[in-house]
Write a protein that binds this ligand. Structure first.
Ligand SMILES: Nc1ncnc2c1ncn2[C@@H]1O[C@H](COP(=O)(O)OP(=O)(O)O)[C@@H](O)[C@H]1O
Ligand SMILES: [Mg+2]
Length: 511
């Protein structure tokens, strides 16, 4: 089904300004529906060469239901078309360019009864865009003061729609936590004195420590910072402000001025206690900080383990034993680097659980480089491409795998007799799309041993690599003679794996 924007553009012929103004209406019109205790719809004449432009049918572009009372529209009315004689009040409002009120019997979609209708032409900068319609069921029930007050406010807003001044332009969108009618309403007269206060508004004032009755008072007189009200009166626009009491209580307040012939002759203020929302925000923030702190501590603990093993290695007599301990130190250090990267990732959207893998790969390469010590014949390390962000469960095995592969280049690719032109080199290439990450490690050394079969490799290093790639990463790996170009003709190891759990090809390792 077409969206309101698509219908507005393609069926009603709105231009971009018109669409933007319609969206402005959508951001604020639940206010009208809630105050009117009514359904509100936006209709516009169908603009197409094959309809009668003097008497076009109207199409419903959008609707909003009241959150304060039942709706008349149990079906979705968007896209419904109405002939003008079926919607005479809409057609009148459109044709005569004025607010039209009346009663009509319900159509086929509705239950028995009559609807009380107000139809306002909807304008943007002198261009007539459509008709805003509010519809509610006529009841015999006696209305309480709150209802009559709210309904009168809604009528004022619709008069302002008809006058082309509501929704306000450049008034700032009501943000997250924006107050709604049910949260609390204060009505002010032209003198900014309170003429009505809803029970929820009084409760919100209590939360702010204000226990004097606001009736007949200016908000400043009862101890409230009312600068937002004065701004709203001066600017003739809605103005929002957060009112605070200590660290604990925050009440967001929005003042909507009411205008008659360009002059503000009153206003209403919506108030909402958002202390709980704020508190949860703070908790969330500190949850991120806690996750970082934990990564930091894990890193420190891993470093402690490394140092203990290093101390142990110094006391081991056998060359083989010492080498084994050194390898373990390196593997642990690789994992520590992942935790350190997660602890330090300050990206805006950082979740504490993922980080750009290049931020892991770079320090990892540096670590191996430093492990080389001073050599007459250094090795040049390069990293190309981008790996994107990887979650912890992917970056830990990948970090271990990379360490093994790069260390193998250092250990095996360049025996003393191998001195390639241009010097000894190793390059790590990353290449990624939304679904898959591909990594290759290439060198210009002597290449794998004669008849080397990767699948049969029994060394601990390649066994770990194989296991991590095929099980933890659910990926695949190959090792070949050279990268296919003359540039790095030694050994090339290529691996690829799905970025996310959903993209994996389910294999035996994941059963
Ligand atoms: N980049 C490379 N160049 C040449 N030979 C390699 C390379 N990578 C691995 N190899 C060969 O694969 C063998 C197995 O490696 P690995 O499983 O890491 O064990 P280790 O490093 O302990 O020997 C190595 O001994 C070496 O012969
Ligand atoms: Mg090895």
């Amino acid at each position: 089904m077409a969206s309101p924007v698509e219908l507005a553009r393609h069926v009603a012929g709105f231009d971009s300004d018109g669409v933007r103004h319609m969206q402005r209406l959508f951001r604020t019109w639940s206010l009208i529906a809630d105050l009117a205790l009514a359904d509100v719809l936006l209709l516009a004449p169908v603009a197409s060469p094959n309809v009668d432009s003097d008497d076009p049918p109207f199409i419903v572009l959008a609707n909003v239901r009241p959150s304060t009372s039942p709706t008349l529209y149990t079906h979705d009315p968007i896209g419904d078309r109405h002939r003008p004689d079926n919607r005479p009040l809409v057609a009148d409002a459109w044709r005569n360019e004025e607010l039209v009120q009346g009663r009509v019997a319900f159509g086929p979609h509705f239950p028995e009864g009559e609807a009380d209708i107000l139809a306002a032409p909807f304008w943007f900068e002198g261009h007539k865009l459509g008709v805003v319609l509010r519809e509610r069921k006529v009841t015999q029930r006696q209305q309480i003061q709150l209802e009559t007050t709210y309904n009168a406010l809604a009528d004022r807003l619709l008069q302002m729609v008809s006058d082309g001044i509501f929704p306000f332009v450049g008034s700032g969108d009501p943000q997250y936590g924006a107050p709604r009618v049910g949260d609390g309403v204060l009505v002010l007269d032209a003198d900014r004195r309170v003429t009505f206060q809803s029970p929820n508004a009084v409760s919100a004032l209590h939360r702010l420590g204000i226990h004097r009755s606001p009736a007949g008072q200016r908000l400043a007189d009862i101890g409230l910072d009312d600068s937002f009200v004065r701004s709203a009166f001066a600017l003739c626009k809605g103005v929002t402000q957060e009112l605070e009491r200590g660290d604990e209580v925050t009440v967001t307040s929005r003042c909507i001025p009411l205008l008659e012939k360009g002059v503000v002759d009153g206003a209403f203020v919506l108030v909402r206690d958002i202390s709980e929302l704020k508190r949860r925000d703070r908790l969330l923030l500190s949850k991120d900080a806690t996750i970082r702190e934990i990564h930091h501590r894990v890193k420190n603990n891993l470093q402690t383990i490394s140092s203990l093993l290093r101390l142990q290695a110094r006391r081991v007599e056998s060359e083989e034993g010492r080498a084994a301990l050194d390898e373990s130190v390196r593997r642990i250090a690789a994992i520590a680097i992942v935790h350190e990267t997660l602890a330090n990732d300050a990206a805006e959207d950082a979740s504490g659980d993922d980080a750009p893998f290049l931020d892991v790969a770079k320090p990892l390469v540096r670590m191996i480089e430093e492990g080389l010590g001073s050599r007459d014949d250094p090795i040049r390390f390069e990293i190309t491409g981008d790996a994107g962000r990887l979650p912890l469960i992917r970056s830990i095995p990948l970090a271990v795998v990379l360490t093994e592969l790069i260390q193998n280049v250092v250990d095996h690719a360049f025996p003393d007799h191998v001195h390639p032109d241009g010097g000894r080199r190793v390059r790590v290439d990353f290449d990624t799309d939304d679904h898959e990450l591909r990594v290759s490690v290439s060198d210009n050394g002597q290449g794998p041993p004669e008849g080397f079969d990767f699948a049969e490799a029994r060394g601990l290093g390649l066994t770990l690599v194989n296991t991590f790639v095929t099980t933890e990463l659910s990926g695949s790996i190959t090792m070949t003679d050279g990268d296919g170009t003359d540039e790095l003709p030694g050994t090339t190891t290529q691996l690829s794996f799905p970025r996310t759990w959903e993209d994996r090809v389910v294999g035996p390792a994941l059963d």
